[in-house]
Design a protein around this ligand. Structure first.
Ligand code: ATP
Ligand code: MG
Length: 259
């Protein structure tokens, strides 16, 4: 009995893949994150909602080490990201997929080349295998024929889907989505949401999804946090979250919450 408790605690802790612990981050006088804390268990998809400018994208950038907290911890699989060596951070990044809010494709490379790049840089796959993987992911996001085009030759919604395909190309353990639905029409948006759900279920990947749209949150996320004034003021399973009781969340979600 005396050893049982610590063992249980330890295995519970091992299942936490992402953890923010009292994270503070300011830019000059602007205090963006002010004690942000939450964690995500292995295989779960956590939605992050909150008003524009509340620090959602800033929070995601901490997970891949593009930003460092002023204080607090940002842990991935129990390791504090700011403490990782350059080598360990780049190893960790290889196992992460990041869908940037802005798309962030390389303008002088074709869609195919953009998708192939992470595989060329980070894996030992041969040309044929890379070409197959690229074709598979383009088909997955419903743009099988876009491979030869440059980013400037495709629409905003298509760029978004290429960004998603690029994040999926390495078949990552951890996925970070920053407004994956922005700029997509409702039909494509639904199919992308279903795709995100499928990926979560089939790959056992863990994900953070920053999203304003309730339909995406409802389809994709297991749990949701609501950011307000730099903190997570609500963290609940999706169903409860969408029947809000916190006054600020009711105000934020508005009539959508009643659907
Ligand atoms: N590198 C930076 N330098 C200075 N200020 C920054 C930087 N990155 C973000 N900010 C500021 O931090 C605040 C939060 O930005 P962030 O991009 O995280 O907002 P957000 O919650 O993602 O909003 P949105 O829903 O509009 O995307 C903003 O006021 C932004 O201007
Ligand atoms: Mg943002």
């Amino acid at each position: 009995m005396t050893t049982a408790a610590p063992t249980t605690e330890r295995s519970a802790a091992q299942d936490v893949i992402l953890r923010f612990e009292d994270v503070h981050k300011a830019f000059g006088a602007q205090r963006v994150l002010r004690g942000l804390s939450f964690d995500v268990q292995r295989g779960k998809v956590l939605g992050i909602m909150g008003g524009s400018g509340t620090g959602k994208s800033v929070a995601l950038r901490h997970v891949i080490g593009l930003l460092q907290p002023d204080s607090g911890r940002v842990e991935v699989e129990g390791r504090n990201v700011p403490d990782l060596s350059g080598h360990d951070l780049s190893e960790l990044r290889k196992r992460m997929g990041y869908v940037f809010q802005e798309g962030a494709l390389i303008n002088w490379l074709t869609v195919e080349e953009n998708l192939a790049l992470p595989l060329v840089e980070n894996t030992e796959l041969g040309r044929g295998e890379i070409a197959d993987r690229v074709a598979e992911k383009l088909a997955m996001v419903h743009i099988p024929d876009a491979g030869k085009k440059l980013p400037s030759e495709i629409s905003g919604g298509m760029k978004k889907r290429v960004g998603l395909a690029r994040a999926l190309i390495v078949e990552p353990d951890i996925l970070l989505y920053d407004e994956p639905n922005a700029g997509l029409d409702p039909e494509i948006s639904r199919s992308i949401n279903e795709l995100m759900r499928e990926i979560a279920e089939s790959h056992e990947s863990t994900a953070l999804v920053v999203e304003h749209r309730v339909d995406c949150i409802r389809t994709v996320c297991d749990e949701v946090v609501f950011l307000h004034e730099g903190e997570a003021i609500v963290h609940q399973p999706t169903e409860e979250f969408l029947r809000p009781s916190h006054p600020r969340l009711i105000e934020f979600l508005g009539p959508d919450a009643l659907n």
